[in-house]
Write a protein that binds this ligand. Structure first.
Ligand code: IMP
Ligand code: MG
Length: 190
């Protein structure tokens, strides 16, 4: 399905189209199911859900409302993309705003598991703070792009190795607001 993009102001002169890969309904129902699964897993256990900024913010907002057991929420920032590049650069991290996770069960949430290097590095850093347990959950998993000896504990959808945007995922910090997952035409990746 092709859908005209609701433009952010900075792109409003460009009349481009995005191709929807996963629509809003599919995302909503999968996130609700994942929330139920996680609520069962963590019921009666002290849970802290940590979102990796900025890509996880839409998933985090929906997922925490679908997890019907008490939990704390924290944020950290990790970013390996720079500007208009669609391949990773050096990873920059900021853990300054993390809550105390000693003795808590931590679930790290990110938008996508691509090479897996971001998740691997963040898991190692969080692991040093000695949580009781540590798991990962992502919206998307590009299984064929994985370059680490690690898989996400939970994922919503596997996708092919294509660059995608929407539902938190960006290109050059745009498109995060789209309520669906879409691939960009190569001509838009400029
Ligand atoms: P990894 O370290 O290669 O697994 O990359 C993870 C990070 O790269 C994610 O948190 C995203 O911010 C970004 N990323 C990877 N693939 C895509 C994509 O297709 N679209 C937008 N961002 C992506
Ligand atoms: Mg990210």
């Amino acid at each position: 399905m092709k859908q005209q993009c609701p433009f952010p102001a900075t792109l409003s002169e460009r009349n481009f189209f995005v191709k929807v890969l996963i629509d809003q309904e599919q995302i909503n129902s999968r996130v609700i199911n994942l929330g139920r699964e996680l609520a069962n897993e963590y019921e009666g256990r002290p849970l802290t859900i940590i979102g990796i900024l900025a890509g996880s913010l839409v998933l985090l907002a929906d997922l925490i409302r679908a997890i019907d057991v008490p939990h704390q929420v924290g944020l950290l920032q990790a970013s390996s993309y720079r500007g208009k590049s669609t391949t990773p650069g050096p990873l920059q991290m900021n853990l300054d705003y993390l809550p105390d996770i000693t003795d808590r069960n931590v679930l790290l949430v990110d938008d996508i598991f691509d090479t897996g290097k971001t998740m691997q590095t963040v898991l190692a850093q969080i692991g040093e703070r000695q949580p009781r347990s540590l798991k990962s959950a992502v919206l998307l998993w590009k299984e064929e792009a994985t370059e680490v000896d690690l898989t996400p504990d939970y994922h919503c959808f596997k996708i092919p190795d294509h660059f995608v945007v929407g539902y938190g995922l960006d290109f050059n910090n745009e498109y995060r607001h789209l309520p669906f997952i879409a691939s960009l035409e190569p001509s838009d990746l400029v």
